[in-house]
Design a protein around this ligand. Sequence first.
Ligand SMILES: Nc1ncnc2c1ncn2[C@@H]1O[C@H](COP(=O)(O)OP(=O)(O)OP(=O)(O)O)[C@@H](O)[C@H]1O
Length: 310
Amino acid sequence: MSEIILQTNQLTKQFKKQTAVHQVDLRVQKGDIYGFLGPNGAGKTTTIRMLLGLMKPSNGEIEIFGQTFDQHKLEALRRMGSLVEAPSYYEHLSGRENLETLRILLKAPKSRIDEVLAIVRLTKDSDRPVKQYSLGMKQRLGIAASLLGDPELLILDEPTNGLDPSGIQEIRELIKTMPEKYGITVLISSHLLSEMEQMATRVGIISRGELIYQGDMETLKGKALPQVALRVSQVEKARGILKSLGLNACSEAGSVLIENASDQDVAESVAALVHKQVAVYRIEERRQSLEEIFLDLTKGGELNAPGTAS
Ligand SMILES: Nc1ncnc2c1ncn2[C@@H]1O[C@H](COP(=O)(O)OP(=O)(O)OP(=O)(O)O)[C@@H](O)[C@H]1O
């Protein structure tokens, strides 16, 4: 069994009347890229702020590196790096100079600057003023800063927010190298499951403050419900026929959809439809996409309009 590097027990945060995080039990194993997922307002940032000692839990506890966080905060934070919200920089200074100001504060060795610039692939642009950086470059500089202290655990809150697809791809490629190449465990939050698909080894899904799924990505994909879509000449008539066969059927433009259909269900459906003069043009098997599974799991948990970034 892998070593647990971070765990929370019944972690809860109450803001006046609202419970933002409710009895959350996170388990992050050493070497994980742990995707912490949830719609806007689900409680990701609040959880992360508690993990970084920026906010006090109302209840429950946090263990990091096998020790109670509350009693060993500084010791734990020295072994952690983080990027929460868009980092702010001295825009007229270069990327390297910005890192240098932080390096002095952290008392990291001077050589670490070139190392972190290389990791985030900013060596070539390191002497340009930050005001000339793209949003993606600024985020990578933020990750470079979070790596200055040579952390074992990196916590990133929505680092791809606002980035274009190529910026997202760069961050994703960068994160993927962390565990194997540098021995860093990563917890990364996002409101997009698809973004995590090619990166996360494990995921935790939070909705309305509650952890509703925690496990590996493959198991999550296994939750996809198979559906069979029949393109037919008369959709409503077809739906009635399928219902009379005891099947769970719904309709969609031009098609009827059968949930969890066995081969026998499909055979009987087609025979009944044809018998009742409904033409069947096409039969197609569909699996829910990851995003659909995510939406299903978090249904009703979206507090802001879909797609809005925080
Ligand atoms: N300081 C605060 N005071 C009161 N309520 C708060 C505070 N911080 C967060 N909340 C509320 O707690 C809930 C969870 O917010 P949180 O920012 O943790 O969600 P999130 O999953 O990070 O969402 P987003 O992706 O939009 O940032 C929201 O309803 C939010 O309004």
